[in-house]
Design a protein around this ligand. Sequence first.
Ligand code: MV4
Length: 671
Amino acid sequence: MFSKILIANRGEIACRIIQTAHRMGIRCVAVYSDADANAHHVAMADEAFHIGPAPSSESYLRGEKIIEIAKRSGAQAIHPGYGFLSENTGFAEACEANGIVFIGPPSSAIAAMGSKSAAKAIMEKAGVPLVPGYHGDDQAPETLRAEAEKCGFPLLLKAVAGGGGKGMRVVENIGEFDDALAAAKREAKNAFGNPDMLIERYLTQPRHVEIQVFCDQSGNGVYLAERDCSVQRRHQKVLEEAPAPGLSEDTRKAMGEAAVKAAQAIDYVGAGTVEFLYDVDGSFFFMEMNTRLQVEHPVTEMVTGQDLVEWQLKVAWGEPLPLEQAQVKTRGHALEARIYAEDPDQDFLPATGNLRYLSTPDESAHVRVDTGVIEGDEISIHYDPMIAKLIVWDETRDQAINRMVQALEHYRIAGVKTNIRFLHALADSQPFREADLTTGFIDSHRELLFPKSKLDTHKALVLAAGFVLEERKSADSVSTDPWSPFGRRNSWRVNSEYAQPLQLQVGDDLHELKILEKDDHYQVSVDSSVYNLTAKLDDDSLQAVINGHRISVHGNLHNNQLVLFYEGDTFQCTLYRESYVSDDMAPEGGLTAPMNGAIVAVQAKVGDKVTAGQTLVIMEAMKMEHAIKAPTDGVVSEIFFNEGEQVSEGAELIAIEIAEANAEQSDEEAG
Ligand code: MV4
């Protein structure tokens, strides 16, 4: 077996490969860009080499540099993961030429699947079912038109050089054909530099079912069950599962055998995936073959009990396949959800930012988390916005869905927008539970997938108040720093005579809460409603009872931003608190800091005329902003602190000459 390999990738897949390699006693060399110097895959590897700036084209796509590092470090093989160099014939060839094993198929097999029409010709010869249509070289418009009529409508024009859903056009009838063909050719020429088209009968409600295949270097091949990846959005997979619901044993076997034939037709070696369109009537047709380990391979691992990276390493080393076809068994059902940094409410715009709070579900025989990030990591613009893959397993599909729903509720992220809520709604939806799967799933069920919040606003606000009050209490009791704002109890302490104001902003709405502390509970008023609240915070977990209803939420308070997590949903608000400078605290004509804290903003300058109640200074203390307001009308005569400075409770912030004095003074001057 190899003793040292290089992983030419980053993120979760690099980590996943290192994990198996280490379990097998193989040393791992990582490579990293500027953006990944502190990445988890680098920390996990036995050694790592810097390869360039953040953009992939200057780092993870630099094949020659990576091969040079493999040689320099003594790595005998390169695992390309998925994406980047994984399906690059030139890179596979360069590895071969430099005496380094490319952990993947021979470059000729990658090349054979590069063109759609060539791939179809190979598959046709091997007896793999194809969607009826035309994939010939004669691209004369008359020929294509005649083939279209033979094929029937609706039909699909596909760019020979296209892939992943790019360069496709549906044609409903012969009257549309000539214009559609001309437009499709123009698009294909622009996008791929090749205008050639193939014609296929258009399946209106297909499912995406793919077969995991494996071949060794002696030409043996097996299939490891199938995956249903029908739930996609713009040709991006969202949820994947194994096995495919409702597939008959006969179809499974026929599809598996067709996939192995497809792989053997191109002298395949290693892990590959043959994608099929599966039609409602049980028929299936070759779509394309992916010549790499795929993102969704874990669902296959969960149902077969096999480690596909281990298989890849064994096959690349020259060992035979670990199992024969008859020994490949599946058990139960697995689902994978891809957790992305994106905003479902803004048409899934990719999101960036710092993962300032990250809490993942506990891993077990039922729950697996494949990720390459930890709390505090940055999700940057440079790479794929996938944060993690959440994989669950159980005996039945229904139980697996319950596991997924629960695990998504235990996946909590603050600092970066994610699709977790969307995934939760999707997995928990009736049509998904009923396995009503087609490639149009997300578009057909939009109304279910963007649900209303599970918490009503009042309840959420009361929970937010409970979280803030309890967090402050625990901070009080642990603080030993005399300068810590939490060490000073008097200014924030809620007491029975004094209704503590708390301002929470949710979106554009500012809510004013009043909190009274009673012997064993709080009374929280929101608008004209009053709620009895008891709350107990343990780390990030809040147990609250609101008017006799016990609710458990998790939360994260960062500066004055609070995020609460509840049943897969998040609730966000910003905390503000009015200062309560009372007459006895404020020296005559001036105002003082009500607590230890920092000056965030000074909103007046010397000589300004101010009116009572006008905000003059904003302080930040105890993770909240406090508006310090003028106690009287007057003129600012002196400002004692600048923005950014720390002040102690009681320190004078601003001196104000009160209005009457000012008026007298002017009179004198005038007189
Ligand atoms: C099709 C099809 C219907 N009929 N071919 C999209 C990606 C590309 N690899 C093939 N695709 C399709 N080919 C025929 N003859 C529908 C799709 C398709 C699709 C396929 C799999 C998963 C999601 C999809 C979403 C839209 C369209």
